[in-house]
Design a protein around this ligand. Structure first.
Ligand SMILES: Cc1cc2nc3c(=O)[nH]c(=O)nc-3n(C[C@H](O)[C@H](O)[C@H](O)COP(=O)(O)OP(=O)(O)OC[C@H]3O[C@@H](n4cnc5c(N)ncnc54)[C@H](O)[C@@H]3O)c2cc1C
Length: 427
């Protein structure tokens, strides 16, 4: 990998997501050699992926080059590579570009879509966990409308304009709201010769309320907002299969749809060599202690979505969200310096800053530890928080200008089929 040996201990971080970047920032000025490895050369701001999928933002405004975040630090090295195996006995990693040894290893690989073993849904449905996947979804949505214009078959046309989003968490809610706004504000202008009133947006949630991780008031307000926008919210229904056209559920309800978006679960992105059953908790997360050490290893740590730290307040681990990942990265950064300096370690304590979701224009829900509010003010808070945490000044400016423009013009101009998507068709 062409990384020189140094007199400083080598810390390898796998993953330049929220956790990995926060950790690298803490360490890069310290007396350690930091090697960050990621299979992408950019950090993805996942909370805004749905806006890329729905033409509200260009993909490059929510991505940021990892090298740029940490440029200018002589002890920092980035390598664009996929880590394929960890060999804890030899303190060595295997990647697609070669091997590298470590003194300390931090796994910050995040999570991936969990299809719960359903191969049909995995191959014929759409996931939205990365920028390429969001671009695929954007293309598919637009291609469907182009196709709907061409067919004389009413059933086929309806299926092309019928969207099924599985999972009523923030991702599903935000995507459903954005699609509903497109239906209302953009489709009638773009496709005057198509009866776009027939387009349906269905949000399917397995439990009795959407946004189950938020307060009850946030759930019911968000549901009201979605219904105002014309989204069909289905609760207590589980999608069981999808053949590319027909969506089956565990009830008598079924849907004919050319687009199923799966936002109903994630699992930890584990790496071979560190995936023994005894190390893993529910969802494949690595069990770590309060100092982020993976059980049984003093020199291997895990943070963010991939890690499960069970505490009294969070018996099932911290939420798989950006804040825990960032706070864990910062705490581990301090602890790694303490380890090198032979000082006692600081246990991690999560400061819950709340959660939020937006449904659409002037419609958001915010749960702060002490206050809960919804509506226009919540929407402004949502926008401010997302702009604040977006990495890169240029990205913040571009996103802000886009949002102002879209707000004033009721528009989303990134509705482009740059890279056509070829869907796996039904058998
Ligand atoms: C659509 C969507 C919307 C979301 N909205 C919100 C929200 O509104 N608020 C919120 O708090 N959270 C939200 N989240 C969750 C949040 O994005 C994650 O909790 C957060 O990204 C976790 O950070 P992380 O550092 O653990 O992992 P990530 O940020 O996922 O980073 C992991 C990194 O590891 C890299 N990687 C993985 N495996 C390998 C490998 N083998 N080799 C090399 N590199 C590898 C990946 O390329 C990636 O860059 C959302 C997630 C999604 C998908």
């Amino acid at each position: 990998m062409n990384i020189p040996q140094s007199s400083f201990p080598r810390v390898i971080i796998i993953g330049g997501g929220f956790g990995g970047i926060a950790l690298a920032k803490k360490l890069c000025k310290k007396e350690v050699q930091v090697v960050l490895i990621d299979k992408h050369n950019y950090h993805t701001f996942q909370p805004l992926l749905y806006q890329v999928s729905t033409g509200g933002l260009e993909p490059d405004s929510i991505a940021y080059p990892i090298r740029k975040v940490l440029q200018g630090y002589p002890n920092f090295y980035f390598r664009l590579a996929e880590v394929r195996r960890i060999n804890p006995d030899k303190q060595m990693l295997q990647t697609n570009i070669g091997e590298i040894d470590y003194d300390y290893l931090v796994v910050a690989t995040g999570s991936e879509t969990n299809f719960f073993g359903n191969k049909n849904i995995e191959t014929k449905g759409m996931a939205m966990k990365s920028i390429p996947q969001s671009l695929n979804l954007r293309s598919l949505i637009l291609e469907n409308f182009e196709q709907a214009l061409l067919t004389d078959d009413l059933h086929e046309r309806d299926a092309l304009m019928n969207f099924v989003i599985v999972g009523g968490g923030p991702t599903g809610v935000e995507l459903a709201g954005a699609l509903a706004e497109i239906k209302k504000g953009i489709l009638p202008k773009d496709y005057p010769d198509l009866d776009t009133r027939r387009a349906q947006i269905n949000l399917i949630q397995g439990s009795d309320r959407i946004l189950p991780a938020m307060s009850e008031i946030a759930s019911s307000k968000a549901e009201g907002f979605l219904e105002d926008l014309g989204v069909n919210v289905w609760k207590n229904i589980r999608v069981t299969d999808y053949d590319g056209k027909h969506v089956s559920t565990n009830t008598d309800t079924s849907f004919e749809s050319e687009t199923l978006v799966w936002a109903a679960g994630v699992k930890a992105a584990c790496i071979d060599g560190l995936d023994a059953k005894e190390l893993l908790c529910r969802g494949g997360r690595l069990r770590v202690n309060q100092f982020h050490q993976v059980e049984g290893f003093k020199e291997i740590f895990a943070i963010g979505d991939v890690a499960q730290m069970e505490t009294e307040a969070f018996p099932h681990g911290h939420p798989m969200m950006a804040q825990p990942a960032m706070q864990q990265g910062e705490n581990l950064g301090e602890n790694l310096v303490r380890i090198v300096e032979n000082k006692p370690l600081k246990p991690f304590v999560y400061k819950d800053k709340g959660s939020m979701a937006t449904v659409g224009r002037n419609k958001a829900v915010v749960d702060l530890p002490k206050f809960k509010f919804q509506g226009v003010f919540a929407w402004f808070v949502w926008m401010f928080v997302h702009l604040y945490f977006l990495i890169g000044f240029r990205n913040r400016v571009v996103v802000f200008i886009n949002w102002v423009y879209n707000y004033i013009r009721f528009d989303r101009e990134a509705r482009l089929i740059i890279r056509p998507f070829k869907k796996v068709t039904a058998k």
